[in-house]
Design a protein around this ligand. Structure first.
Ligand SMILES: Nc1ncnc2c1ncn2[C@@H]1O[C@H](COP(=O)(O)OP(=O)(O)OP(=O)(O)O)[C@@H](O)[C@H]1O
Ligand SMILES: [Mg+2]
Length: 225
């Protein structure tokens, strides 16, 4: 494990049980990523990419192994400490946006701040600024259900960035979009991550997108090749 990396994991193991059958998904996986770096994760369907991302985002826990964020060992933290870590330091984007369809784009982007106890007044200006950055300045009051798929994913990107995370975890964020919208969402993620000096880990099935990131790792047989 690199001493200076922002985020790293060592010897991650994870298995699931399907009835009595044990499925060993991660088998001692390790990696590290630095601030401002963008890493692609590719691999066959069922190879464990989503499982890994959920574990790295502390939404699920590994059977064993260590995950470090700066000098904090996430794998040794309590549930309360982990939810604080997730709220402050991690942004998530998924294949399906998980926005609240009946709320406006602006309300959705402000939501993580409101949940963390900030006021609408505090959140409104930064949320508008982010919507502007994802080229949705003209759509702030649209309900999410009235936005196109690409616009919804750009709203989800703005929401993922509103708490100024250090780490962005993205699970096939362009997987559900056509080539053009997908390319725009990807370019925005790349630009914003560079500008904001985020470490980004993105699962993708698209080898062209993977080639445009700083590093591309293939998950196979429970480890990175
Ligand atoms: N909660 C669970 N219970 C049992 N098995 C699970 C569970 N979650 C995942 N698995 C199994 O773990 C393996 C890895 O699943 P995962 O969703 O991580 O794959 P993936 O690489 O993201 O695939 P895809 O590219 O299709 O999204 C699969 O065999 C899956 O069936
Ligand atoms: Mg998956």
């Amino acid at each position: 494990m690199s001493q200076n990396s922002l985020f790293s994991a060592a010897d991650l193991q994870k298995s699931f049980y399907s009835g009595t059958e044990k499925i060993q998904v991660l088998k001692g996986l390790e990696f590290s990523i630095n601030t401002g770096e963008m890493m692609a994760i590719v691999g066959a369907s069922g190879s464990g990419k989503t499982t890994l991302l959920q574990i790295l985002g502390t939404l699920d826990s590994p059977d064993s192994g260590t995950i470090m964020f700066k000098d904090l060992e996430l794998t040794a933290m309590s549930d309360n400490e982990l939810s604080d870590f997730r709220n402050k330091s991690v942004g998530f984007i998924f294949q399906f946006h998980h926005l609240l369809p009946e709320f406006s784009a602006l309300e959705n982007v402000m939501m993580p701040g409101l949940i963390a106890g900030r006021t609408r007044q505090e959140m409104e200006a930064p949320a508008k600024e982010l919507l502007h950055q994802v080229e949705l300045g003209h759509r702030t009051s649209h309900r999410v259900s009235q936005l196109s798929g690409g616009e919804q994913q750009r709203t989800a990107l703005a929401r993922a960035l509103i708490m100024k995370p250090s780490l962005l975890l993205a699970d096939e964020p362009t997987g559900n979009l056509d080539g053009r919208s997908g390319s725009m969402v990807f370019s925005l993620i790349r630009e914003l991550c560079r500008d904001l000096k985020l470490a980004t880990i993105m699962v993708t099935h698209n080898s062209e997108l993977a080639a445009r990131m700083d590093v591309s790792r293939t998950l196979q047989d429970g480890v990175f090749l």
